[in-house]
Write a protein that binds this ligand. Structure first.
Ligand code: ADP
Ligand code: MG
Length: 332
């Protein structure tokens, strides 16, 4: 399949519902300006062997590409609109894998209300490299920024932390002693993260600042603190964990008894990234309303700390400061 076949057979059907895409027959897409709204734009690139495994299902790779970007839109309280797709296919990606990849895109376009606007397709002698640029809408002036946190704001995080990183270990056979249901749940969090788009109204109503958790919880709260010119204090014992992560923490606690760094696993989960949860801050008086609004749409939000007048990230465990050698994942 050459580039033009790929576009015509796989991608044109995905753009059928998007008049903006002009049937993928033009040099560019053209987007109407929606009055009273702003466009929120985000892009992320995934590389085989770095962001997904070479033997992950093509459908899952496609969905991960959209979902890591949707997670950014979710954290900004934006409503998904459409996307551009950039693909560098290696020779090993023949028609069957490309078709499965397009099926994964079709599934998530329908699930999350996204339209394909266009993209670019090239060949590469290297690993599969894929990028998406997503567009979302917010009412003008209402995007939730990293920079809006105030001293005394409560820090809250959605869902559970550390499952993506544990899922990768589970898939690689590096996690032992967990039951099958926990292993499967962790693997699913790595392969197909769930962007927290349902939080949009709650964030718009109550959040002062927000970020998606992709680099690691402590790194991403650090980004909020830095953008807001503040410090942040996180109580590690309040971080929410799934049953699989708790099983790991509990067994590690036993095997690490007497170890010089018993905080090891807890810090690993708090810094490992690939969570695709939302971390946000809210005025202390409004945090309960934010938690209730999130619960009403089926998302657990947990208070884990507070914004301070200092600088940087201070982590505590049961009231004592914990030494951090790294906050999260850094690329390059
Ligand atoms: P040009 O050479 O003018 O940049 P292309 O030949 O790259 O145009 O693309 C032709 C059309 O196909 C454009 O509408 C473009 O957006 C679309 N397209 C190319 N690659 C992709 C892709 N991976 N996904 C979606 N649309 C694509
Ligand atoms: Mg081109």
């Amino acid at each position: 399949m050459d580039e033009f076949d790929t576009i015509a057979r796989l991608f044109r059907p995905l753009a059928e519902d998007a008049p903006e895409a002009l049937g993928l027959m033009d040099d560019a897409a053209v987007l109407p300006v929606r009055s009273g709204f702003e466009l929120v734009i985000t892009t992320d690139t995934l590389v085989e062997g770095v962001h997904f495994r070479a033997d992950d299902a093509p459908e899952h790779i496609a969905q991960k590409l959209l979902r890591v970007n949707l997670s950014d839109l979710a954290a900004k309280a934006a409503e998904p609109y459409g996307y551009l797709l950039n693909l560098a296919w290696p020779p090993s990606w023949g028609e069957a894998r490309r078709t499965a990849f397009a099926n994964g895109l079709a599934h998530d376009q329908a699930a999350f209300g996204l339209k394909l606007f266009g993209g670019d397709t090239v060949s590469t002698p290297g690993p599969l490299t894929i990028g998406a640029t997503l567009f979302g809408h917010v009412p003008a002036g209402r995007m939730v920024k990293r920079s809006g946190a105030k001293v005394g704001d409560v820090v809250l995080v959605s869902g559970t932390i550390g499952d993506g990183a544990l899922g990768l270990k589970a898939l690689n056979g590096d996690l032992t002693g967990l039951d099958d249901a926990d292993l499967a749940a962790l693997a699913a969090r790595y392969l197909r993260p769930e962007p927290r788009l349902e939080l949009r109204q709650a964030l718009r109503a109550y959040a002062m600042s927000a970020a998606d958790v992709s680099d690691g919880l402590l790194a991403d709260v650090g980004h909020i603190a830095e953008a807001s010119g503040l410090g942040v204090e996180i109580e590690l014992e309040r971080i929410p964990f799934s049953s699989g992560a708790l099983a790991v923490l509990n067994s590690a606690h036993d095997s690490l008894r007497g170890h010089e760094r018993p905080m090891g696993w807890l810090l690993t989960l708090a810094t490992s990234g690939d969570d695709y949860e939302v971390v946000c801050t809210a005025d202390a008086d409004l945090a309960p309303a934010l938690i209730a609004a999130a619960e009403a749409v089926g998302v657990q939000m947990t208070a884990i700390g507070r914004m301070t007048a200092g600088r940087g990230v201070l982590a505590t465990f049961e009231g004592k400061a914990v030494q951090l050698d790294r906050l999260g994942w850094r690329h390059g």
